[in-house]
Ligand binder design. Sequence first.
Ligand SMILES: Cc1ncc(COP(=O)(O)O)c(C=O)c1O
Length: 445
Amino acid sequence: MFKITYRMVPPKDVVFSSVRRLFSGRNILSGPSIKKFEDELRNYIGVDYAVAVSSARYGLYLILKSLPIRKGVDEVILPAYMPVIVAKVAVLCGLKPVFVDVDPETLNMDPDDVERKITKNTKAIIMVHLYGVPCDIDRIVSIARKHNLFLIEDASQALGAFYKGKRVGSFGDATVFSFNFQKNLTTCGGGVVLTNNKVLYDKIRENINHLPYPSRIELIYRVVRILTDWVLTHPVFFTYFTYPFLRLLVATRLVTLREISDYSFRSVVPLHKMAKMREEEFVEMFGKRFTNIQAEIGLQQLKNYDERLKRGSENIEMLEDFIGKKRVLPKDVVPAYFLYYMFVDNVEMVLKHFFKHGILICGTHYPILPDLDMFSKYSCDCPATRDNAKKVIYLPFRSHLGVENLFRIAKAFNNVVQNKKMVYIPKKLPYRKVSLYGLAEDEED
Ligand SMILES: Cc1ncc(COP(=O)(O)O)c(C=O)c1O
């Protein structure tokens, strides 16, 4: 029986054709595919303009830099639970981050708290659709309009999600998507800025035209990285090499499962370095152009992207059926899950339980932002974030998993539920019971 883990990599044909492209030496840096990729993305989302960028973080930086910001005075509203780099970019651009609490059900920003935190200095809102689940977009859009605020959608994790029949990424004044290594669509690092605003588009286009291309060595490193990730998480290799190796590391206490989990979602810049990073360093590190080879890798995945998303959602449905609980989302929302998350009382014990059963899962990978030293000046009270953020685990669901594997994951999860020491905490969380496919009944919520 194979061991199970996440596969954050694109399909095999994409991985291998990326390697071939790299060594073909043809149009690696500049070329016509960049424009084609931009056009396909803007058509896919339904907006007027697209600029491919080196990363979502650099896209955010370009958007914020194009706004008239009073440094050290203007504020930006963003969620207290999300990737640290987003808040760091806001600080680098001279904005004061104002963290808002999250909705305990979706972990997306709570519109009531957004409204409460608006001041006369608020300049913009960054609305992050976490884990691929759209925010309460109507409320946030109407708050932004009412107070005349610039609304940025950080849809990095939500390519393909819908809100009221429209693609996420078409609601803000500007949007970023990320195509980094872990995303549902990856270009080995990269991102795109989308907007309907011609002035903003021209500014960003002008800005990126002056940036250097990444070096050939860097591109080789990136392609080798998806290849390595692909190999290490391939079911056969994972079963006979990666898992036993990790097991040995854990048994000898060289690493903990939590550290493995954090490593799986490692950030390009470690936290201690990010805390000290200045704007020039940031620009030097990330101010690069998106390349033709990355566009080709992206275009290849776009062809059947929706199909892959659909297979992932079908797997989630099956997993939920086996578990016996279905997440209930607002009826106007169709998520494009990047991570399928659940809440548990004791993440460490749950990780151990799964690992013992041959399944490597991960736990929360975002810190509570206002609690970080680097944002100590902007600390604030976020009770729902504090209550829930540390209880998140991610269950594998991607299309490489068949029914049998999904059943094993659900079974391991349900065993956790039945173990009183690791009580599952649905409390006010939005689940309903569904048929249990022969699994033992779990506790009443
Ligand atoms: C919500 C969100 N915003 C921004 C980023 C930064 O993306 P990138 O790595 O492309 O800069 C990420 C990446 O993990 C993300 O998930």
